[in-house]
Write a protein that binds this ligand. Structure first.
Ligand SMILES: [Zn+2]
Ligand SMILES: [Zn+2]
Length: 388
């Protein structure tokens, strides 16, 4: 590995910083302490710093040379509402909150890169360091875009990184095209007519209709989509009734839809709508269908993916760069940045997921051994894309 020497020397200090953030996790749009730590350190490094972008987001800007070229690098800062089960000294000090997705590591690595580049600005152009809030479902990325991120800090392309348990530590995976799926939510209400359970003919049973609906919804992906278009439709909640001898008057069904293109999203929504209407007619119930668009799919652009792969190969070696991994059906709100600008989001291997060290698991922890790899990747990417 060709990890930058000056970065290696920061390893212990950055590890301490990472563990401090880990011990003090903050949820979406509540990242006040974390944002302040980041902004204070950016300022201390002499970096132009902007607080409160997209509520609790922070932006740092370093300019070097005279080129008008500009790129953005992004890290996420929020934690999850999970009770941590780890017992090591840096475990969460806040009950019910935990850095179980490694955003503590992402924040640390991007900060380390900013501090290094402030000291060694071996590039020609502008680098925008984006520390975003609320990645875990609340759309902090969207919030920053709506707050004028790209107007206030013009950039040609934007780059992201996420640690990836199961990928050997320090390996880097680059996808040309889709890397993370869109995440939409649906809520279906089935309105029938309540009755005594011994006299079903006097009511309209929403439980039977909801059961038929759950079954029928499984045909959306399997029977109406092109088999080569990946998609998932999962029903995750079914609620109805409160007594064993009462036919309830309503049932509720909730779930999630994942896909990689807006065309497939639209097709799934339309098919679900049709099935809801049909089941409603067939079972004489009123079905209210609500489809809520969430994060779009995260799609890397080819040219930027190729450049990231080139930088990664030079850094960790040919064998440690994977371009053959399948995308994940998980979602990522970096998608909102890629919706506006070309760019690429890579996975950095976090090592084995043994002992529950998987994303969103109460036994997860970010692997501090990969900090210098992530920092060096950011630095080399900047030097490559904004070469003098
Ligand atoms: Zn997560
Ligand atoms: Zn995450």
């Amino acid at each position: 590995m060709k990890i930058i020497d000056a970065v290696k020397q920061q390893h212990a200090a950055l590890t301490t910083f990472r563990r401090d953030i880990h011990a003090h996790p903050e949820l979406a749009f509540d990242e006040h302490r974390t944002a302040k730590l980041v902004a204070d350190r950016l300022e201390a490094a002499g970096i132009e710093t902007h607080r409160g972008i997209g509520r609790t987001g922070v932006v740092g800007v370093i300019r070097a040379g005279s080129s008008q070229r500009a790129i953005g690098l992004r890290a996420d800062m929020d934690a999850l509402p999970i009770q941590e089960r780890n017992t090591f000294p840096h475990h969460s000090k806040h009950p019910g909150r935990m850095h179980a997705c490694g955003h503590d590591g992402h924040t640390t690595m991007l900060l380390g890169a900013a501090e290094h580049l402030a000291k060694h600005p071996d590039f020609d152009g502008t680098v925008v360091f984006i520390f975003q809030p609320a990645e875990e479902g609340d759309g902090g990325g969207r919030e920053m875009v709506e707050d004028g991120l790209f107007e206030r800090f013009p950039m040609d392309a934007v780059f992201g990184l996420h640690n990836w348990p199961g990928l050997p530590a320090g390996n880097i995976a680059v996808h040309d095209g889709p890397v993370m799926a869109s995440a939409d939510r649906f809520d279906i209400e089935v309105l029938g007519h309540g009755a005594h359970a011994a006299m079903p003919h006097l009511g309209v049973d929403p439980v039977i209709a909801a059961s038929a609906l759950v079954q029928a919804l499984q045909t959306v992906v399997s029977r109406t989509l092109n088999p080569l278009d990946p998609a998932v439709l999962s029903v995750t909640q079914v609620h109805a009734g409160e007594a064993h001898n009462v036919i309830p008057d309503r049932a509720r069904i909730t779930g999630t839809v994942r896909a990689f293109s807006t065309e497939v999203q639209a097709q799934i929504e339309a098919t679900m709508q049709r099935i809801c209407q049909g089941i409603g007619t067939a079972y004489n119930v009123n079905v209210r269908f609500n489809f809520l668009r969430g994060y779009p799919a995260t799609i890397n652009t080819s040219a930027e993916a190729a450049q990231c792969a080139e930088v990664a190969r030079a850094l960790v070696g040919e064998a440690a760069v994977r371009t053959d991994l399948k995308p994940s059906m998980g979602a990522e709100d970096f998608a909102y940045f890629l919706h506006e600008k070309p760019g690429c989001y890579v996975w950095l291997g976090n090592g084995p997921g043994e002992g529950g060290c998987m994303l969103h698991n109460p036994n997860y922890d970010f692997n501090d051994q990969v900090i210098p790899v992530g920092v060096s990747y950011w630095v080399r990417l900047v030097e490559h894309l904004l070469a003098r």
